[in-house]
Design a binder for this molecule. Structure first.
Ligand code: PEP
Length: 249
């Protein structure tokens, strides 16, 4: 039995006042003992959010350096994230891949470092619209996933979460249909099963891409969809609360 997970990716949004209000609303309305709920604020607000998470919301980061420490201006280490109370790190988000040139190999390095630190990676994979239209969805998602499994080893996936995020659905208002999401999630699980059937059954695979209060329930109802990675709707308290409730919180 996989515990559902709903993660809010705030991206580069928020302010001290906004976060105080949002976190107060979330913690007052989410009883997440049976669902893992986490928020991933910009790194500069991690400390503030940690003081507001209460017992029902966990803390995640949006990215991390693969390096341990040293002369890497602007970067943030896993040790720092742990120091601030983070439990999860999003890795390989499509915006990191496309805007900041993160390659499969770099994502794999970050994954390996994250697992070694004890934090839980949320590994994002997903195809562009062009790749989907060319029938390459599984090829692309499989390549992104296998690059990490082959480098890290399937035994490193015990606490890992995979986020299937079709690039064409992120921030566009175009959501994958429940059937499209289920199809790719099942394929991802089948790829993991090529390495280890127990890992395939245990690994949480969440969907991301314009999840909102109206479509969350039908997406999460699918057998292989174990929750969501939510961008825009995670900045609206009522919407994020409704999404968490749709996951069973
Ligand atoms: C995301 O950034 O991971 C995401 C899924 O964004 P949105 O929900 O806004 O599409």
């Amino acid at each position: 039995m996989r515990t559902a997970l709903v993660a809010g990716n705030w991206k580069m949004n928020g302010s001290t006042d906004f976060i105080n209000e949002l976190m107060n609303d979330l913690t007052a309305n989410i009883n997440a003992s049976n669902v893992d709920v986490l928020v991933c604020p910009p790194a500069v607000y991690l400390s503030q959010v940690k003081t507001l998470t209460g017992s029902t919301v966990s803390l995640g980061a949006q990215t991390v350096s693969e390096q341990a420490n040293g002369a890497f201006t602007g970067e943030i280490s896993l040790t720092m994230l742990q120091d601030l109370g983070c439990e999860y790190v999003i890795l390989g988000h499509s915006e990191r891949r496309s805007l900041y040139a993160e390659t499969d190999a770099l994502v794999a390095d970050k994954f390996i470092a994250t697992v070694a630190s004890g934090l839980k990676p949320i590994l994002c994979v997903g195809e562009t619209l062009e790749e989907r239209e060319q029938g390459k969805t599984i090829e692309v998602v499989g390549r992104q996933l296998k690059a990490v499994v082959d480098a890290a080893g399937i035994d490193k996936f015990a606490d890992a979460v995979i986020a299937y995020e079709p690039v064409w659905a992120i921030g566009t208002g175009k959501t994958a249909t429940p059937a499209q999401a289920q199809d790719v999630h099942a394929e991802i699980r089948a790829i993991i099963a090529e390495y280890d059937t127990a890992a395939a059954a245990a690994t949480r695979i969440v969907y991301g891409g314009s999840v909102n209060a109206s479509n969350a329930a039908e997406l999460f109802a699918n057998e292989d969809v174990d929750g969501g990675l939510v961008g825009g709707a995670s900045l609206k308290a009522n919407d994020f609360i409704a999404i968490c409730h749709a996951a069973g919180a």
